[in-house]
Design a protein around this ligand. Structure first.
Ligand SMILES: [Fe+2]
Length: 435
C-alpha cells in the first residue's frame, strides 16, 4: 500500500471506521464541576477512587467537596496501587459490589482510572476474573451490558485512560501485564483539569509525556483500518481498529504540541503554558489511540515493565522496583521506528516534522532514522534512561523480553508491517542502548 493512498481498501479490509469517545470537559478549575455533572447523571451514591498518596491532595478534596455539595453520598476508596495487579482489581471489584453504588468517580493517574473501570465492570457483571481479560491470556468474553456512569478525573498528563475503554494490570501468577478491553469500559465523562499537572515532579511529566508522544506516533503509524481484516459483525469491530482519518487529527496536534512543549514542561514546573499544553496533548492522543490502537513500542513495554528487577525511577514511589509506563514504552521506540518506517515513510517523515525534526531534503529511506534521532534527542533532553539497557536489562534478557512482548498479539498485529518473533528479538537487541 502506498502512503499516497493510505486508506485505499485492501482485499478483505474494513472500509468503515467507528468513532467512540468519552464526553470531555477540559479547563482549569473543572474538577469543581464534578458534583453538578454527577447529579445530572442521576447519581446519588458514588464510590470515589483514588490512591493513598493522592487521598490527601487538593484535587481529591475539590472533587469530594463538589460531590457532597451537590447532595451526593461519597464513599472513598484509596487502596489503588500504582501499576495495579489482578489482586488490586479483584479487591476493588469486591468493594464496588458490596457498596451498591450507582456510579463511580476516579481521581488520579491511569492506575486509579483503570481500577475504577475494572471494579465497575465486575460489580455490574459478576464473572470469574479471567472472563473479560484479553484472549489468549484470558477468555476475552464480551462485556454483556452497560456499566454504571463513571466520571474520570486524570491528574497526570499521559495515559489517556480517561478517554479509553482499556484497563491494564499485572497478572501476577502469569507474570504478564495485560488488560481488559471493551467500549463499555470507557468512562462516561472525562473531567480534565490541566492545573493538576502543575505540581507533578519533572520525572513524572517526562515519563507521562513520552507516553503521550508514543500514543500519537503509534496511532498515526498503525496499520490503516482499511488493511485490518473486517470483523464478522459491525459490533465486533475492535476499538483498536487501526489508523483512521479521525485518529489522524488528534495525532497530528498531539505530536505538534509534544514537539513544542514536552521539554519545557519537564524543565520548569512553573511553565504552566507548557504543562497545560501537555495535558491537552494527552487528551488528544488518548482520543486518537482509543480509536486507532497502539502497536510495537507499547507491546514491548509490557515485557519491559513486567520483568523489572531493581530499577527505580526518580520522582516515583521507591518502595518497589518499577519502570514507569511511559518510560517502558519510549525506550523501545527509536528501534521500532527505524525498523517499521519503510511501511509508510511519508507518515513517519510528517510525524518527525511535527515533533520538531528538520526533514528538508529527506527521502523516504531516511524516514526511520529521522524519527529515531528526534526521539533520542527528546529522550536525552528529558533525562530518560538510555534504552532498554538503561532500565536494567542486558543481552541475557532478550529471550524473556521477546516472549513477554510476543504474547501481546493484539498490539503486534496493529503494527504497519508484520513482525516475526525473531524480528521482535532484534528490536529488543537494537533498543538496548542508543547513545
Ligand atoms: Fe501508554
Amino acid at each position: 500500500m502506498s502512503c499516497c493512498h493510505h486508506y485505499a481498501l485492501a482485499a478483505g479490509g474494513d472500509a468503515v471506521f467507528s468513532v467512540d469517545i468519552s464526553a470531555i470537559t477540559f479547563g482549569p478549575g473543572c474538577l469543581a464541576e464534578a458534583g453538578d455533572f454527577a447529579r445530572n447523571l442521576g447519581l446519588r451514591r458514588v464510590a470515589l477512587f483514588t490512591d493513598a498518596r493522592l487521598a490527601a491532595s487538593e484535587h481529591v478534596d475539590i472533587v469530594r467537596r463538589a460531590l457532597i455539595e451537590a447532595g451526593l453520598e461519597v464513599v472513598l476508596y484509596t487502596d489503588v496501587t500504582v501499576e495495579p495487579t489482578d489482586r488490586a482489581f479483584r479487591d476493588a471489584a469486591r468493594f464496588a459490589a458490596e457498596g451498591q453504588f450507582d456510579g463511580y468517580v476516579s481521581v488520579g493517574g491511569g492506575s486509579v482510572i483503570d481500577t475504577a473501570k475494572a471494579a465497575s465492570l465486575y460489580a455490574s457483571h459478576p464473572a470469574e476474573f479471567a472472563a473479560y481479560v484479553n484472549a489468549p491470556l484470558g477468555e476475552g468474553r464480551a462485556v454483556p451490558g452497560p456499566l454504571k456512569p463513571h466520571i474520570a478525573c486524570p491528574t497526570t498528563c499521559g495515559t489517556g485512560a480517561e478517554c479509553t475503554g482499556i484497563a491494564i494490570f499485572d497478572w501476577v501468577e502469569k507474570g504478564v501485564k495485560t488488560g481488559i478491553v471493551s467500549r463499555r469500559l470507557r468512562p462516561t465523562l472525562a473531567l480534565i483539569d490541566p492545573t493538576t499537572t502543575w505540581t507533578l515532579p519533572a520525572a513524572v511529566v517526562a515519563a507521562s509525556g513520552f507516553d503521550v508522544l508514543s500514543h500519537a506516533l503509534e496511532s498515526y503509524t498503525a496499520l490503516p483500518h482499511t488493511c485490518r481484516a473486517k470483523a464478522e459483525r459491525p459490533s465486533l469491530r475492535p476499538m483498536s481498529q487501526g489508523a483512521n482519518p479521525w485518529s489522524d487529527f488528534g495525532c497530528e496536534k498531539a505530536l505538534q504540541l509534544t514537539g513544542s512543549y514536552l521539554e519545557r514542561a519537564v524543565r520548569d514546573a512553573t511553565d504552566h503554558e507548557a504543562r497545560d499544553a501537555m495535558m491537552w496533548a494527552a487528551t488528544l492522543a488518548g482520543i486518537a489511540f482509543g480509536n486507532a490502537g497502539v502497536h510495537l513500542p507499547h507491546g514491548m513495554a509490557y515485557a519491559v515493565a513486567g520483568g523489572v528487577r531493581d530499577f527505580r525511577a526518580p520522582g516515583y514511589p521507591q518502595e518497589e522496583p518499577m519502570v514507569p509506563h511511559g518510560m517502558s514504552v519510549i525506550v523501545n521506540a527509536p528501534a521500532v521506528f527505524r525498523y517499521i518506517a519503510d511501511a509508510c515513510p511519508d507518515r513517519h517523515l510528517e510525524a518527525a516534522r511535527w515533533l520538531g525534526a528538520d526533514i528538508q531534503g529527506a527521502t523516504p529511506i531516511d524516514a526511520g532514522e529521522i524519527v529515531a534521532r528526534r526521539l533520542i534527542e527528546l529522550m536525552r533532553m528529558c533525562a530518560i534512561p538510555n534504552g532498554v539497557g538503561g532500565v536494567g536489562y542486558d543481552e541475557r534478557d532478550l529471550a524473556k523480553l521477546t516472549a513477554g512482548a510476543w504474547a501481546q498479539q493484539r498490539l503486534i498485529k496493529n503494527a504497519p508491517k508484520a513482525v516475526s518473533q525473531e524480528q521482535l528479538c532484534g528490536l529488543f537487541r537494537n533498543a538496548m542502548g542508543y547513545w
